[in-house]
Design a protein around this ligand. Structure first.
Ligand SMILES: Cc1cc2nc3c(=O)[nH]c(=O)nc-3n(C[C@H](O)[C@H](O)[C@H](O)COP(=O)(O)O)c2cc1C
Length: 407
């Protein structure tokens, strides 16, 4: 289970070792061996056997408060568990004696072609995980030919990220409560070269309480007030967020807006010619509404278990949504994807592509760009090998007939 491995004593012991070794002139390699305190510990990105191998390293490199923000769900974190558990309900049908010597992972979405169906989900404030923030992620996306979705809450400007990516990205929108600001964000992303706007609809009311985050923040021995000034409210939230650096905040008081309705999708359509996707869809009814109001694509998502404590896993929600959509628009899915087999199952149940969130942040925090690349590479390799076992050579050929329900 993907639980925070909160062991402050071990953390302090490792810090003590690091400082002591540096002071005593002990080499990096000797220190690295000392730090390998568990069989799962890796010292280089290439040692990772799976994406979860980056988690303990990431935990060690981050402040407890930031690790809590990354790992948290809401309430009992039950929807995080539901996202993962859903993959256990499906088995993969192994097929033999099909020519699987060439496997093609290329994936077409809204007229663009990507090297893989694995997409980098929007994750806010990446300076909390690496001093270069979103830039190493853009470089990894470039080298892997992957689609990167950039959060409204990016620390690095969208212009710089697109320059690093050397190609289009998608921009994720939190609208704020001020429609002038929402429009300005969309216009800036549009002009910078984003090829799609992804409107996140699952946190409009702010989401439920993130208890794990709050508990871990209490354990952080550092002084959070040197970076965060809670009394400044929204202004503090968007301080150091590059999308907000060009305009005064006007009427904006919140990142989201609980009064928005489906009409907002129409407004978005008026503001941009780019493709518009809605992220956070969990029911066929909402999928239909999004299409009726003009969405070009959907992302089945519960924000990685950070929005509602519904206990409904995204993979469980997918088949009914896919049936309703019937391939009229691309349908992406995220939440709990940790293995190539998970990617395969989501594609088989109707997803056109999948997004991963936390795993690439573990890679980023542990090894920068190399870590993000390794996460994408591992996912692709696992997907490739499960496609071979299932006797499917193209992404578009993966279907419901490749799965069998379990239990
Ligand atoms: C630390 C963190 C920050 C996130 N920030 C955003 C964000 O700014 N915008 C957004 O639409 N989703 C955001 N998400 C949700 C992700 O885009 C994605 O839906 C989720 O992480 C997928 O689940 P996974 O982490 O289990 O892969 C965030 C998720 C995490 C873990």
């Amino acid at each position: 289970m993907e639980r925070p491995i909160v062991d402050p004593y071990r953390r302090r012991f490792l810090r003590f070792l690091t400082l002591g070794a540096a002071a005593g002139g002990i080499s990096g390699a000797a220190l690295a061996q000392t730090l390998r305190v568990s069989p799962r510990d890796i010292l280089e990105a290439k040692e990772a056997l799976n994406v979860s191998d980056f988690l303990p390293i990431a935990e060690r490199t981050m402040r407890p408060a930031h690790f809590g923000y990354l790992q948290t769900g809401v309430l009992d974190d039950g929807t995080i568990d539901a996202n993962r558990a859903a993959y256990r309900n499906w088995g993969i049908r192994a097929r033999r004696l099909i020519d699987v010597s060439r496997i093609d992972l290329t994936t077409k979405l809204l007229g663009e072609t990507w090297a893989s169906p694995v997409v980098l989900a929007p994750v806010a404030s990446q300076r909390a995980y690496h001093h270069e923030a979103e830039r190493p992620v853009a470089r990894a996306a470039r080298s892997r030919g992957a689609l990167q979705i950039l959060s409204t809450m990016t620390n690095i400007s969208i212009e710089t990220v697109i320059a690093d990516r050397q190609g289009p990205i998608w921009f994720q929108l939190y609208p704020t409560n001020d429609m002038d600001i929402a429009k300005a964000l969309v216009t800036r992303a549009d002009r910078a070269g984003a090829s799609a706007i992804v409107f996140t609809a699952d946190l409009l009311s702010g989401g439920m309480r993130r208890e794990t985050q709050e508990r871990l923040a209490r354990m952080d021995p550092g002084d959070c007030s040197s970076c965060h000034d809670r009394s400044a409210g929204f202004a503090d939230l968007v301080r150091r967020k590059a999308m907000f650096d060009r305009f005064d905040l006007g009427e904006a008081r919140t990142l989201n807006n609980p009064s928005l309705t489906w009409e907002f999708i129409r407004r978005l359509r008026d503001w941009t010619d780019k493709k518009v996707l809605v992220k956070g869809i969990m029911t066929p009814e909402d999928a239909e509404m999004a299409l009726a109001y003009g969405a070009d694509g959907l992302i089945v998502s519960n924000h990685g278990g950070r929005a509602e404590e519904s206990l409904v896993g995204t993979l469980d929600a997918l088949p009914a949504i896919a049936e309703k959509i019937n391939r009229r628009v691309p349908l992406l899915l995220d939440g709990g994807i940790r293995r190539g087999t998970d990617v395969f199952k989501a594609l088989a149940l109707g997803a056109s592509a999948v997004c991963v969130g936390r795993p690439y942040i573990w890679g980023l925090s542990a090894f920068g760009s190399e870590g993000v690349e390794a996460v994408l590479n591992i996912m692709d390799e696992e997907l490739r090998s499960v496609m071979q076992q299932a006797g499917v050579t193209r992404i578009g050929a993966i279907g419901r007939n490749n799965l069998t329900p379990l239990g």
